[in-house]
Design a binder for this molecule. Structure first.
Ligand SMILES: [Zn+2]
Length: 406
């Protein structure tokens, strides 16, 4: 495989920019950006895109940030890296300030180091370095930095309605290996309604707890969809709430939250149907019940409120899919090693992009098991390697692989 830049030249380019790349990743970590509060980091990313000579920099109504490096008439590519992060939790549990962006012995520490400010920094630099090297990429390169990934992928769900690139790369951490899919996540509410009564005369009411007990026993025995690659679906009951606050009144209604991780062939509608039939077999004493996808209102930093269901779609590109093969070839050539192909254990914005019809792959620096922990950190050398990979992906002509995929 040949690039307009040799793998050695790409490697040199990435190394030359290591100090600037590190400084930008530190700046991103030092800019807290919980979901719905990404205005400061959105401004920082836009400023960096302008400084790096992007042809166009803009935001949409949700506050997602976009930068464009114009290419030839070939296939367009979106790099996708979210701006927000999960809460750092108890700060005393961290060995390093979660928002300090400290570097020790070539390791960058802090909330978002792998998930995913380190990867985002690499994505912002990659197409700009292609430009700096005097090369025009085969097609337009978009760097999309969406808001509110951690609250259900609100930013990417919206951006996929107006930015229709030919394909996308999601930069969640993957140890710089190629990812071709992941399980989905569906959050469900199981509601059981009975009749509330004074606890001294329980026989006059309908206590939904007894139906719930039956339901939970059946749920535990429920056969789950299995899969060699993805390791099967699983379900976990998490929260229980009731409509009462007094300990001497039986509930009229209780609600159980289920966290269901689904393998690609299993759809949210199928999951709801499975839980519905299980619930129907569980109701006692005339209680009634219903199953629904959990929804919550969320407000973007731009002031838009949406009712979003907690569904992260699963996705899968086959191992021999032309885009997987092309990306494997590209990355292996650029990194001068055979780059493994695997799937992620967690859900990403890639599911939303795929659901919108944009073929998506994953590639990013860092150890994914550090995401959402108080030990979150990334090796700067891994970021430089990812930068090489992103430059190569930006230089790849995807037209024939996309054509073969149709
Ligand atoms: Zn993430």
């Amino acid at each position: 495989m040949t690039f307009p830049l040799s793998p050695e030249k790409i490697s040199q380019l990435a190394k030359d920019y290591q100090p600037e790349l590190t400084a930008f990743a530190q700046q991103l970590i030092q800019t807290p950006s919980l979901p719905g509060n990404e205005q400061k980091i959105a401004a920082a990313v836009q400023a960096k895109m302008h400084a790096l000579g992007y042809d166009d920099v803009f935001t949409d109504s949700y506050g997602n940030v976009f930068g464009v490096i114009k290419g030839g008439a070939g296939a367009s590519l979106m790099f996708n890296g979210h701006l927000d992060h999960v809460d750092p939790g108890d700060v005393s549990g961290w060995a390093y300030d979660p928002f300090g962006g400290e570097v020790t012995n070539g390791i960058l520490w802090g909330r978002g180091a792998v998930d995913m400010k380190g990867p985002l920094a690499c994505m912002v630099f990659a197409p700009a370095l292609v430009r700096a090297a005097g090369v025009v990429p085969p097609g337009d390169i978009f760097v999309a930095a969406p808001v509110m990934e951690e609250t259900g992928g609100i930013g990417s769900t919206f951006l996929a309605t107006h930015l229709r690139t030919d394909m996308a790369i999601v930069g969640e951490p993957s140890h710089n290996t190629l990812r071709r899919g992941h399980r989905g996540r569906v959050e469900l509410w199981v509601t059981i309604t009975g009749k509330s009564i004074h606890a001294s005369v329980p026989h006059l009411g309908i206590n939904p707890h007894f139906s719930l007990a039956v339901f939970l026993q059946k749920l535990r025995q429920l056969p789950m969809a299995d899969d060699v690659t993805f390791g099967g679906s699983n379900v976990a009951p998490t929260l229980i709430t009731t409509d009462q606050v007094s300990p001497n009144v039986t509930p009229g209604e209780i609600r159980l939250t289920l966290d269901w991780r689904n393998i690609p062939p299993e759809s949210p509608a199928e999951i709801v149907a499975k839980v519905e039939s299980l619930l129907a077999e569980s109701l006692l004493d005339g209680a009634s019940g219903s199953v629904a996808l959990a929804t919550r209102p969320f407000t973007t930093y731009t002031g838009i409120t949406i009712e979003q269901s907690a569904v992260f779609p699963s996705f899968e590109l086959a191992e021999n899919h032309p885009l997987v093969r092309q990306a494997h070839q590209t990355l292996s050539a650029a990194l001068m090693a055979d780059v493994p192909v695997d799937v992620w254990q967690f859900a990403t914005d890639g599911g939303h992009l795929m659901a919108a019809g944009i073929p998506t792959l994953g590639f990013g620096p860092g150890d994914e098991t550090l995401a959402h922990t108080n030990r979150e950190h990334i090796a700067i050398a891994d970021m430089v390697t990812a930068l090489r990979g992103y430059i190569a992906l930006a230089l790849t002509d995807w037209a024939s692989a996309l054509h073969a995929a149709k």
